[in-house]
Design a protein. Structure first.
Lengths: 188, 179
């Protein structure tokens, strides 16, 4: 299927990446979420900069879509490096998507937050399950990890209209943020 | 980042996505691919990018990947295309599962450099055993040619399934220069 770009020029174009919303943690909640996500973009991108208040060195975070936390519709495959070894693992039929590991918590050096970027392509499709590509970095100056995760949400192909990312233990520390971007395609 | 072109297969399966006359006015390109193949085998198929027509033996790749139980790395030289192995699930795998691939081609129009592509990819089958249960990984690929890239053909083995799509973006840089 061919398409020619002979008449393309940046001067007449809109930027593709559009900031939609941003949430900032106050230290009193374990959840960051977006609802009423508009359907007029091709893809979504989410950037999470996070730390937990839990009395440990690290914790995890879980993701869910459209309020679905009980259908065992999530699975994931990941690739992990911790500075000395590599590993790969899998979750199947989970009720939420484990999307962040090694998130710094209260016992980690202050001021360190993990950074995670999520790509959700074709998020409004009602013909395909939803796949999430997740790139994560969490370095604690002596420990830490970098991880690539692919997550799958198998709800009867449904458009994503809301999403949340919760810490597994503790609340999001003050300074944690989550930003939502829409990626426009041609004509959007 | 600007949307340059979009090709979808919403009306039915087809063999490839072809972008021609890619303008040289951007600094980088990004391809966002949502793909599945109609053929069937347990090992997922490769995603390939033919550049400016046929350029035999001018490509190489390296890949770091995980299959849910182990980590491996692979490479190939004297290849004919930019290649992302294992990125395309097919009719053997769970219905409605598509591979997601985000590809960056840096400085694609610079005629003094060989070209480098980098990609992240992944798809998950919700269980099963390797090689059919899912993969995620990082790939880099080189095209050892200094020609500007003006044409890309994205293909796999056989046809892409209905609802596959590829979106092409141009990425600009500021005209400001540092001291």
């Amino acid at each position: 299927m061919p398409v020619s770009l002979a008449s393309s020029s940046a001067a007449s174009m809109h930027g593709a990446m559009v900031p939609i919303a941003n949430v900032a943690a106050s230290g009193s909640s374990n959840s960051l979420s977006f609802s009423n996500i508009p359907s007029n973009y091709q893809d979504l991108m989410i950037v999470l900069n996070a730390r937990s208040t839990n009395a440990s060195t690290t914790t995890q975070a879980i993701m869910f879509f459209n309020g679905d936390t009980g259908s065992s519709s999530y699975s994931a495959t990941w690739l992990n490096g911790n500075g000395s070894s590599v590993s790969s693992g899998r979750d199947t039929n989970f009720s939420q998507l484990y999307c962040v590991d090694g998130m710094p918590a209260a016992s980690a050096t202050s001021g360190i937050f993990s950074s995670t970027t999520f790509h959700i392509l074709n998020y409004t499709s009602t013909s395909a399950f939803k796949t999430v590509l997740i790139r994560q970095a969490a370095d604690l100056n002596g420990s830490g990890l970098t991880r690539l995760t692919v997550g799958l949400w198998r709800a009867t192909p449904a458009a994503i209209t809301s999403l949340g990312v919760n810490t597994v233990s503790g609340n999001y520390a003050t300074g944690s943020t989550m930003s939502l971007y829409g990626i426009r395609s041609v004509g959007q | 980042m600007f949307p340059l072109a979009s090709i979808n297969m919403n009306s039915g399966a087809a063999a490839s996505f072809n972008f021609t006359n890619i303008p040289s006015t951007f600094t980088h390109l990004q391809l966002r691919c949502f793909v599945r193949a109609t053929s069937s085998q347990s090992t997922p198929y490769d995603l390939t990018l033919t550049v400016n027509g046929t350029n035999p033996t001018e490509f190489a790749y390296h890949q770091l990947r995980g299959d849910g139980s182990s980590v491996s790395s692979a490479n190939l030289t004297s290849d004919n295309v930019f290649r992302i192995p294992l990125a395309v699930p097919d009719a053997f795998h769970t219905a409605n599962v598509f591979g997601n691939v985000v590809i960056d081609i840096l400085d694609y129009a610079n005629t003094n450099k060989s070209k480098t592509m980098r990609a992240i990819f992944g798809w998950d089958n919700n269980g099963g055993s390797s090689p059919s249960a899912g993969w995620t990984g990082l790939t880099s690929s080189g095209w050892f040619n200094t020609n500007a890239i003006n044409r890309l053909e994205i293909a796999t083995f056989g046809n892409f399934s209905q609802y596959s799509r590829v979106d092409l973006y141009g990425i600009s840089t500021s005209t400001a220069t540092g001291a």
